[in-house]
Design a protein around this ligand. Structure first.
Ligand code: RRO
Length: 309
């Protein structure tokens, strides 16, 4: 019989641990629904703020060695439009997580409240966009702000609150501790890694915004290291994000301490068929290793090697 690959995280039951990452294909309610129908265990919307934002001029995305570099600039129609997207996405019957951002504690609290009213099953606080001033990693790089933003979002909703962290920081563990102090129900690690690509003909950065965020296989070892470090120090559910392209990548994340993983850039390489491919591969691994559930894998690599720093 097939192994059950369902999980429970932040009080939500997921049929599998593969979650659509924020911003990738979560452009409309229809695209979220399509991803869910292709087999995702849950979906995260693109990041919504209180007001609409156009985002940066083109080019906003470029393929580089090992992944994609983006500087979209948080384009979104404003949180008023979230309800329609959530309603459409929920038709597929999987949990919908609303990604929200803001400039202050009050913004995050209000955005979380509106996400709850819109029918989302959880909120993911994006405190980690690598290149948008004031709203992104400037919050996620300040430990006290991470704590206070998390605490005020927690106070304003009954929904589970997940905090998505940036790797562009000296100690992600320090920031993760503050998110946990603020009452986070789970942590997603990581958002994209600050990076740049330069056009040698015109001799300037390719992206209109200059610096962007790197995603894809190139950042997988960084994301894994972050999960591993956080898991060793803090007892909080973790969602791995960064370069998961194959089922074995996902297994690495579970072994490092993640209870679920998000899939983003890999969809560009493999299309939506990736969700069934990941499930089949993971079931095969569990059978081969005679493991009953994913839970048994979570953090095993940390426990098997307690000598590393
Ligand atoms: O919109 C973006 O440019 C963006 C966001 Br909000 C984010 O969280 N991470 C990223 O790489 N790009």
């Amino acid at each position: 019989m097939d192994r059950d690959i369902g999980i429970e995280i932040v009080g939500l039951r997921l049929r599998n641990p593969f979650i659509l990452a924020a911003g990738i294909l979560g452009i409309t309610g229809h695209s979220l629904r399509r991803v869910a129908e292709a087999g995702a265990g849950a979906v995260v919307t693109k990041s919504f703020g209180l007001e609409p934002r156009t985002g940066y001029p083109n080019p906003t995305i470029v393929e580089v060695q090992g992944g994609l570099l983006n500087a979209m600039g948080l384009p979104n129609p404003g949180i008023e439009a979230l309800r329609e997207e959530v309603e459409e996405a929920k038709k597929a019957g999987v949990p919908v997580i609303a990604s929200v951002y803001g400039c202050s504690e009050g913004d995050y609290a209000e955005a979380a409240r509106r996400a709850e009213k819109a029918g989302a099953d959880a909120v993911e606080l994006n405190v980690s966009c690598p290149h948008v001033k004031e709203v992104g990693a400037q919050i996620g790089q300040d430990p006290d702000l991470v704590r206070s933003v998390t605490a005020s979002a927690k106070k304003s909703v009954k929904l589970p609150v997940i905090v998505k962290l940036t790797p562009n920081i000296t100690s992600i563990v320090e920031i993760a501790k503050k998110a946990a102090d603020g009452g986070a129900d789970a942590i997603t690690a990581i958002n994209t890694v600050k990076a740049i690509s330069i056009d040698i003909d015109v001799q300037k950065p390719i992206l209109a915004a200059g610096i962007g965020g790197l995603s894809g296989p190139a950042i997988k070892p960084i994301a894994l290291r972050c999960i591993y470090e956080i898991h060793k120090e803090i007892d909080i559910p973790l969602i791995g994000c960064g370069g998961v392209t194959t089922w074995s990548d996902a297994v690495e994340f579970f072994l490092a301490g993640a209870s679920a993983v998000q899939i983003g850039t890999a969809i560009m390489y493999k299309d939506l068929g990736i969700f069934s491919e990941l499930q089949t591969g993971l079931r095969g691994y569990l059978e081969e290793k005679k493991v009953e559930s994913i839970k048994q894998l979570v953090g095993l690599a940390c426990r098997n090697n307690n000598k590393t720093v």
